[in-house]
Ligand binder design. Structure first.
Ligand SMILES: Cc1ncc(COP(=O)(O)O)c(C=O)c1O
Length: 343
C-alpha cells in the first residue's frame, strides 16, 4: 500500500470513531436541535475560553464566516503572504465579503509582531483603505508547520486591539501548536476575537471545523452559514467524530511531530540544503529542493513511482505531512524512498 504524506487530511476514521458516529444522538441542526453538535460547539468554545462556537463543514468556510464579522466590504485584512486565507481560499474574502487584503512576508511565516503593526493603517480616512483585522495562522501550513511564538501573538494582539484592530486566528492546526509548546488553548483564546479550528486535519475526523467568537459574532456567522448553503441537518453524526477526535487524538500528535523530525534529520544528513531539522516543529516537513537539481514535480513523481505520495507545492518546494495513519515502519520506508530519489 502506498504511503500517503500529501496532507494530514488523508486519514481514515478509526473503528472507535466509526462506532461513535454510528451511535450519535442527532437532531435538525438548522433548528439548533442537534444535541451532539450543540455539545461540541460548547465544548470547543469552553476549551478556548470563547463565548460561542459554530460547526462548519470546512476550515475555509469557518475562516470566511469569521473574517466577514470583523471586516466590512472595502476594509482590509492583513496576513502573512503564505497564509491559507490568502493563498488557498480562492479569493473567497474578496468574492463573498468585499474584503481587501494586504500581506507581509516573514521567513517560514514566523510571526514578528512589529511587521504587521508597521503595515496596519486603522481609520485611514477617505483616501486609503482602513485595516480592521489581522489574521495569524498557527501553525502555519505553507511556512512548514511553523509554531507562532506566544510572546509575539500577545504583543501583536495587545497593540492591534489598542488601535481598534481585531484579531483572527486560523487555528486549523492549533492542536499541533498546543502539543508542541504546551500552551493551554485558553491562552490562545485570550488574544483573538475569532478563531477557526479544524477537526479533520491532525485530529483525524472526516469532516468538521468549529468557528469561535463572541455570542453576537457567532449568531451572525450562523446566518451567513445558512445563506452560503452550509446549514446542515442531522450533522451530529459528524460532530460525534469531532468529540471522539478531541477525546483520543490530541496528545498523540506528539508522535506525528517526532516522525516529521526523524524525516527531517535523515534528509538533512543526506542532503544538507534540503531542510533545517530545527525548523520542523510540528507535523509538516517542507523540502527546499533548489540545490538538489530536481524539481518538486519530478521529486513527487519519482516518490509516487516508489509508493510514496508527497505534495509539490512550488517549483522547488515539496511538502510532507505526518498523520495518524502513518507509523514508524512507514516512516523508515518513506525516508529510504526519498533518499533513493535524491541520490
Ligand atoms: C491553515 C489552514 N487553514 C484552513 C484550511 C482549510 O481547511 P478546509 O480544507 O477544511 O477548508 C487549511 C486546509 O488545509 C489549512 O491548512
Amino acid at each position: 500500500m502506498a504511503i500517503d504524506l500529501r496532507s494530514d487530511t488523508v486519514t481514515q476514521p478509526s473503528q472507535g470513531m466509526r462506532e461513535a458516529i454510528a451511535s450519535a444522538l442527532v437532531g435538525d441542526d438548522v433548528y439548533s436541535d442537534d444535541p451532539t453538535v450543540n455539545s461540541l460547539e460548547e465544548r470547543v468554545a469552553a476549551l478556548f475560553g470563547m463565548e460561542a462556537g459554530l460547526f462548519s463543514p470546512t476550515g475555509s468556510l469557518a475562516n470566511q464566516l469569521l473574517i466577514r464579522t470583523l471586516v466590512k466590504p472595502g476594509e482590509e485584512l492583513l496576513t502573512e503572504e503564505r497564509a491559507h486565507i490568502v493563498r488557498a481560499e480562492l479569493g473567497a474574502g474578496a468574492v463573498f465579503s468585499g474584503i481587501t487584503t494586504r500581506t507581509w512576508h516573514s521567513e517560514r511565516g514566523l510571526l514578528n509582531a512589529d511587521t504587521p503593526l508597521a503595515l496596519a493603517h486603522e481609520n485611514a480616512g477617505p483616501y486609503l483603505v482602513s485595516t480592521t483585522a489581522i489574521a495569524v495562522e498557527n501553525t502555519q501550513n505553507f511556512g512548514g508547520g511553523t509554531v507562532q511564538p506566544l510572546s509575539e501573538i500577545e504583543k501583536l494582539s495587545t497593540a492591534a486591539r489598542a488601535r481598534g484592530i481585531s484579531m483572527h486566528l486560523d487555528g486549523a492546526r492549533i492542536w499541533n501548536a498546543h502539543v508542541a509548546t504546551g500552551t493551554p488553548f485558553a491562552e490562545f483564546g485570550k488574544h483573538f476575537d475569532t478563531i477557526s479550528v479544524c477537526l479533520s486535519k491532525g485530529l483525524g475526523a472526516p469532516v468538521g471545523s468549529i468557528a469561535l467568537g463572541s455570542k453576537e459574532r457567532i449568531a451572525e456567522a450562523r446566518i451567513w452559514r445558512k445563506r452560503y448553503g452550509g446549514g446542515m441537518r442531522q450533522v451530529g453524526l459528524l460532530a460525534a467524530a469531532g468529540h471522539y477526535a478531541l477525546d483520543h487524538n490530541i496528545d498523540r500528535l506528539a508522535q506525528d511531530h517526532a516522525r516529521a523530525k526523524k524525516i527531517a534529520v535523515a534528509l538533512a544528513a543526506h542532503h544538507r540544503t534540503i531542510i533545517n531539522p530545527a525548523h520542523v516543529e510540528t507535523n509538516i516537513v517542507g523540502l527546499e529542493l533548489s540545490e538538489t537539481g530536481i524539481s518538486a514535480a519530478d521529486f513527487a513523481a519519482r516518490c509516487i513511482e516508489q509508493g510514496l505520495w508527497v505534495s509539490a507545492l512550488g517549483k522547488s518546494y515539496a511538502r510532507l505531512v505526518t498523520h495518524l495513519d502513518f507509523d514508524d515502519a512507514q516512516c523508515d520506508e518513506a525516508i529510504e524512498i526519498m533518499k533513493r530519489v535524491l541520490s
